[in-house]
Design a protein around this ligand. Structure first.
Ligand SMILES: Nc1ncnc2c1ncn2[C@@H]1O[C@H](COP(=O)(O)OP(=O)(O)OP(=O)(O)O)[C@@H](O)[C@H]1O
Length: 280
């Protein structure tokens, strides 16, 4: 894929326009050494995520989605090629507070309440920030994720979905340009998961952050994304980048849109093919 010619589609439109990549991987490869044996996990990954876009990574279990996301977050070092986030090496982008991370487990501090958890990274990142200012920002983010009124609740008093909302608020409180999310709703029941998808869609449309989501859910990928990168195994590479043309604003009714069904079918057949190849 030509990185410079990245496609972008504004919410509410379907026409692609050229835009510089906010996240760019060029010829990226990642090797891991396990028991003295070097193993290639990602090979020749080329990705260009335009600023303000929402993209998903989907593919068979173990194909390398999380590894690619970790490379974007500077948690994994490329063996070949390069990764840039906002023009910087990922570790630099993390230092500049340009990257927010959300994982499958909310990992809240159990002895701190919702607002203290949401303010935690902010206060750690900026020791000079006044507690009142951090709490003010964290409170606004809790409101954005639909947790107004639950600020004083302890993690043990929150449902799984609510805990994940706090984790999203905590990442958003840093006001990062990029939000990297690794199966954030993977542990939630189907209905809570749909509610969380709609919450995330709303956040994206309001903040215009660049979001990369790792998911196993085809529905989630289609509802949320402008583009879905489908990964294949052995070693992982991008086998297809599918633009999603479901019109914005997207909501529950979008599931019935013909573009939704077409994208869903295409992704399903790509995943089946990818699974079959992985078994050979
Ligand atoms: N730190 C590591 N050391 C060695 N091997 C690793 C490491 N992290 C991941 N792997 C291997 O790399 C491959 C890709 O793992 P990764 O977690 O990126 O896949 P994934 O697509 O996110 O999987 P899943 O969908 O099951 O979460 C797997 O074979 C995994 O065992």
């Amino acid at each position: 894929m030509n990185v410079a010619a990245a496609k972008t589609v504004q919410p509410g439109t379907a026409s692609p326009a050229a835009a510089p990549a906010h996240i760019a991987a060029r010829g990226l490869a990642v090797d891991f050494t396990v028991q003295g044996r070097r193993q290639r996990v990602l090979n020749d990954i080329n990705i260009a995520v335009p600023k303000g876009s929402f993209v998903s990574l989907i593919g068979p279990s173990g194909c390398g989605k999380s590894t690619l996301l970790k490379a974007m977050a500077g948690l994994v070092t490329p063996s070949e090629g390069e990764m840039r986030v906002a023009g910087l090496a990922p570790q630099e982008a993390v230092k500049a507070r340009l990257i927010g991370l959300v994982f499958q487990e909310a990992t809240l501090l159990p002895w701190k309440n919702a607002i203290e958890n949401a303010a935690f990274l902010l206060m750690t990142a900026d020791e000079k920030m006044k507690r009142s200012e951090a709490f003010d920002r964290a409170g606004k983010m809790l409101k954005m994720v639909g947790l107004e009124g639950s600020e004083k609740k302890m993690p043990s008093q929150l449902s799984g979905g609510m805990r994940q909302r706090v984790a999203i608020a905590r990442a958003l409180a840093l006001d990062p340009e990029v939000l990297l999310m690794d199966e954030p709703f993977g542990a939630l029941d189907a209905i809570t998961r749909e509610e969380m998808s709609e919450c995330l869609l709303d956040i994206w449309e309001r903040t215009n952050k660049t979001i990369v989501l790792v998911t196993h859910s085809i529905d989630e990928a289609v509802l949320l994304s402008r583009e879905v990168h489908v990964m294949g195994t052995g070693p992982a590479r991008i086998i297809e980048t599918l633009p999603i043309t479901v019109p914005h604003p997207r909501n529950e009714a979008s599931y019935a849109d013909p573009a939704f069904t077409a994208a869903e079918n295409r992704l399903r057949s790509l995943l089946i093919e990818s699974h079959r190849r992985g078994r050979k």
